[in-house]
Design a protein around this ligand. Structure first.
Ligand code: PLP
Length: 386
């Protein structure tokens, strides 16, 4: 059991860690300052670390099996920091074509401006990754369970390929979570999270985290974060610490709800197809069974029969909350073609199965009957509008 008691200079220690809302930390002497800069435990300036970040990083370290993981100001800060830590001008990076929309923008629009060329591959087909490898390929970026299609990447194939070519394999584990899969245990070099999502869990803290299995390498990445200024804010870390205390409980309940919702949606008139990793009709069902420890997770995607009119009617139904996020304690739906994937061409959206009727559901911990009633009513509305 994790003890929560916090060190304190007073008699009587607080059960809840205080919020260290201070940008700067005073020291007694230059010698004391030297000691901190040379590695003694302590803080000087919050861009370079603070107790609330150390606490949250330690909790995520425990989940992913790492030490010295680095907190960042958002999930995208973690993605950017990881990429910048392993790439320089002249290098080539490979990314899954099913990455989160902003990660795709980073690959396709921003990295090329820094002289880093990029290509995309199909994470379910290792041959497409093999074909895209060049002598200067230094990084592969992938999500185990892709957002929003919930396709499962060939992680075993990618780890072997990365090893063979001395490429750094970076895994965004936000969707999957370490409760289902720990990338560093399976040959990945770097793992990262948007802590904003399920780990924080309450849509009130914007954070990321990144780590490797080497403490020295994590210290190097931490140093880069101090220079690029990707530091996490104390209050967000304070909120995320509270969220993480119930992470496992929320994950279990939300996953059970998601599995039940997926089955119910699959039987509803007006629903064309449902994607949920542990369902036998999932296109990567075998891989999901092998990789995910039997855990389907809290995310369900599905496609309505109708187009934009059906999507509008569905999402405006009383029980639906349309919000471009995931991992909240309550159920939310997102419409990728008008949000996360709006910068992706319609042609490329269709290639990965995103249409106007496609929705991604982040299932919460509510009573399952209220979730099912809400979806039945909303799908009914979508049929009326088609
Ligand atoms: N990675 C994945 C898989 C995401 O879904 C998101 C956001 O939705 C991010 C990274 C970016 O996280 P943040 O919004 O915290 O920057």
């Amino acid at each position: 059991m994790t003890k929560r008691l916090v060190q304190s200079p007073f008699a009587g220690r607080p059960l809840v860690r205080p919020l260290y809302q201070s940008v700067v930390y005073a020291t007694e002497t230059p010698d004391a300052l030297d000691a901190i800069y040379e590695g003694e435990a302590g803080y000087t300036y919050s861009r370079e670390g603070h107790p609330n970040a150390t606490a949250v990083a330690g909790m995520i370290d425990a989940l992913e099996g790492t030490e010295g993981g680095v907190m960042t100001s958002s999930g995208m800060a973690a993605v950017s920091l990881a990429m910048l830590a392993y790439l320089k001008a002249g290098d080539h990076a490979l990314g899954s074509e099913q990455l989160y929309g902003r990660s795709l923008r980073l690959m396709e629009q921003e990295l090329p401006k820094l002289g880093i060329s990029t290509s995309l591959f199909d994470p379910t087909d290792i041959e497409t990754a093999k074909a895209a490898i060049r002598p200067e390929t230094k990084v592969i970026l992938v999500e185990v369970v892709a957002n929003p299609t919930l396709r499962i990447a060939d992680m075993e194939g990618l780890a072997a390929l990365a090893k063979q070519h001395n490429i750094t394999l970076i895994v965004d584990n936000t969707f999957t979570t370490p409760l289902a899969y720990r990338p560093l245990d399976h040959g990945a070099d770097v793992v990262l999270h948007s802590v904003t999502k399920l780990m924080g869990g309450h849509s009130d803290a914007m954070l990321g985290w990144v780590a490797t299995s080497s403490v020295e390498e994590n210290t190097r990445i931490d140093g880069l974060g101090m220079t690029f200024g990707t530091t996490a804010a104390p209050f967000d870390c304070w909120l995320a610490e509270r969220g993480l205390l119930s992470f496992q409980l929320r994950y279990e309940r939300a996953s059970a709800n998601a599995a039940a919702l997926a089955d119910a949606l699959a039987g509803m008139k007006g629903v064309k197809r449902v994607l949920y990793p542990t369902r036998p009709d999932h296109p990567d069902h075998n891989r999901a069974s092998a990789l995910l420890n039997g855990r389907g997770g809290n995310m369900v995607s599905f496609e309505l029969e109708g187009g934009r009119a059906a999507a509008n009617a569905f999402s405006s139904a009383a029980g639906m909350v349309l919000a471009p996020t995931l991992g909240d304690i309550t159920t939310t739906v997102s419409h990728p073609s008008s949000s996360s994937h709006r910068a992706v061409s319609v042609e490329d959206q269709e290639k990965i199965g995103i249409t106007e009727g496609f929705f991604r559901v982040s299932v919460g911990v509510e009573d399952i009957n209220s979730i099912l009633e809400g979806f039945e009513e909303a799908v009914e509305k979508s049929i009326e509008a088609s």
